[in-house]
Design a protein around this ligand. Structure first.
Ligand SMILES: Nc1ncnc2c1ncn2[C@@H]1O[C@H](COP(=O)(O)OP(=O)(O)OP(=O)(O)O)[C@@H](O)[C@H]1O
Length: 249
């Protein structure tokens, strides 16, 4: 079953085309990585897919019931506690007050936010805790499609790895699907079933590589060897990786 279908999507900002003829499909049980050079239109494409931006051209078909979006910055309400921020993910849903508390607690638990932190405000949290709160807010309504726009870029390596495991565990539910934007080929290889490469100027998907084996079951050797091969065989992957190194420098 197809959860997301983008057909010849194109967009224009202030008269300048940023995306043209982008066609991409995400099936149930699949997490697809979207990579490409900086500024090629990845975030715009994800926001079009999620319905946050209306595209100038093309069609978007959504086969999922409910989605959530995790951005690079946590985007929490500064005047609301962790618990209240996570509960925002249930806004508009017919969930009883008692069940609401239980679901917020379960979502905080999944991202390892301890009970002693639930009444804290965002200014009292570390960067990693803020991003975990954002992830809990996304997971609390049990969406069947997840959008991630470079969600772990600001986290340290250990926390980043824990969050990657959490995404793999969440997406391993065969009813779900997702689109994961990253500049890190290793992250894409850890989390995703396929890697779609957007052209430098956003002119379509240039390459869509299926990654062997299942996320969560790939060895570190396999991930590093596959990344090395992709970067040496495909000039496109080298551009994505170079961008990441510049960012880290
Ligand atoms: N609201 C906007 N108004 C005008 N131009 C925009 C707007 N949002 C994005 N752009 C431009 O559109 C292009 C694509 O931006 P987008 O953020 O989608 O790219 P990206 O591939 O996600 O970039 P990065 O990898 O650096 O996050 C860029 O040139 C950007 O400056």
């Amino acid at each position: 079953m197809t959860l997301l279908q983008l057909n010849a999507v194109g967009h224009v900002y202030l008269g300048r085309p940023v995306l043209e003829q982008v066609t991409l499909q995400v099936n149930q049980g699949e997490m697809v990585a979207l990579v490409g050079p900086s500024g090629c239109g990845k975030s715009t494409l994800a926001q079009i897919a999620a319905g946050l931006i209306i595209p100038r051209h093309g069609q978007v078909e959504r086969g999922y019931a409910r989605c959530a979006f995790v951005f690079q910055e946590p985007r929490l309400l500064p005047w609301a506690t962790v618990e209240a921020n996570v509960a925002l993910g249930l806004s508009g849903l017919p969930v009883a007050r008692s069940e609401r508390r239980a679901r917020v607690a379960a979502a905080c638990d999944r991202v390892s936010l301890e009970e002693g932190d639930w009444q804290k405000f965002p200014s009292q949290l570390s960067g990693g805790m803020r991003q975990r709160t954002a992830l809990a807010r996304a997971l609390v309504a049990d969406p069947d499609f997840l959008y991630f726009d470079e969600p772990f870029t600001a986290l340290d390596a250990a926390l980043r790895r824990r969050m990657q495991h959490l995404v793999v565990a969440t997406a391993s539910d065969s009813g779900k699907g997702g689109l994961f934007i990253t500049h890190d080929i290793h992250e894409a290889l850890r989390i995703c079933h396929r890697i779609a490469v957007l052209d430098r100027c956003g002119h379509g998907i240039l390459e869509c590589v299926a990654v062997p084996e299942t996320p969560g079951h790939r060895s570190e050797e396999m991930i590093f060897e596959t990344a090395r091969r992709l970067i040496s065989d495909h000039p496109l992957f080298a551009v994505v990786e170079e961008h990441d190194e510049r960012r880290l420098a």
